[in-house]
Design a protein around this ligand. Structure first.
Ligand code: IPE
Ligand code: IPE
Ligand code: MG
Length: 259
């Protein structure tokens, strides 16, 4: 973030009110981006880090509350051992170099996912980064690593089931809110804009519960090419969507006119 502009992006009041609060991004296409240049896949992952920095600084400048970036899915362990190893190394080195800058910018960093499968060294880096930034009051950045939407729901279900079994909770008293409270990111607004790069139109087991009503934005751009303009384009597209939440378009118009 150091060499990037960190001044807020000026928005009209009307647009500022309609911005997404929580953006989730499936950062896809690193491998194809590298291959198109005759380079190894890891070259794409390294250049993907530059795009991560841009997405974070642009989101913060727009005044977004939370950004969740899908960095490694619970299924990505199926990739060749060498690629997984290089991704883990990259993760460690990026955490080492970026955390101080994030902290200086008052940003809060969290890693969501099953961290137990990571090396001891990586787990320590994660713990340090989360501790250092936990009281910061700016944008929350969640890095989803060894994360799966099904895993998240399963873990929540297990902890609820334990409470029911020991009599702490009545199964009939279970509500959507209570379920949400047991999921990761319970303290954040639900995702309202989900972006996936590289032209793939699937969710790949990302945040399933939290994206129930998200607007889904798919762009053919590969992740390393995704820059400030790309994000602003996605956010502009979002601002122009009519979110209905089950109502009719007419009901929404009447509601907006009455505000
Ligand atoms: C996304 O890019 C990064 C990770 C999943 C770690 P990919 O590595 O999936 O790139 P493609 O989809 O093969 O091009
Ligand atoms: C999804 O990307 C996970 C991340 C971006 C980290 P993949 O490229 O692994 O997804 P699939 O397997 O093609 O759906
Ligand atoms: Mg991919």
């Amino acid at each position: 973030m150091q060499n990037q502009n960190s001044s807020p992006i000026a928005l009209s009041e009307q647009i500022a009110d309609q911005l997404p609060q929580h953006i989730a991004i499936i950062m896809d296409g690193n491998g194809r981006w590298a291959k198109a240049q005759g380079k190894p896949r890891v070259f794409g992952h390294k250049n993907g880090v530059t795009a991560v920095r841009k997405a974070i600084s642009t989101s913060a400048r727009l005044g977004i509350k939370a950004v969740t970036l899908f960095a490694f899915s619970s299924e990505n362990w199926r990739r060749p051992e060498e690629e997984v190893g290089l991704l883990m190394e990259l993760f460690i080195s990026v955490l080492s170099t970026e955390v101080k800058k994030l902290h200086k910018n008052n940003l809060r960093l969290r890693i969501i996912g099953d961290k137990s499968r990571f090396s001891e060294r990586l787990q320590q880096k994660i713990e340090h980064a989360e501790k250092l930034t936990e009281t910061n009051t700016g944008m929350v950045i969640n890095i989803a690593a060894n994360y799966g939407g099904k895993w998240d729901i399963l873990e929540a279900t297990k902890s609820i089931a334990r409470k029911v079994a020991n009599g702490e909770l009545d199964a009939d008293a279970l509500t959507e809110e209570l379920m949400t409270d047991h999921l990761t990111m319970a303290d954040l607004p639900e995702v309202d804009l989900m972006i996936r790069t590289s032209g793939e139109c699937r969710i790949s087991n990302f945040m399933l519960w939290q994206m129930a009503y998200a607007e889904l934005y798919f762009t053919p751009e590969f992740w390393p090419d995704f820059n400030e303009e790309s994000l602003i384009e996605a956010v502009t597209w979002f601002v122009n969507r009519e979110r209905r939440f089950g109502c009719t378009g007419e009901q929404i118009k009447t509601l907006m006119e009455s505000q």
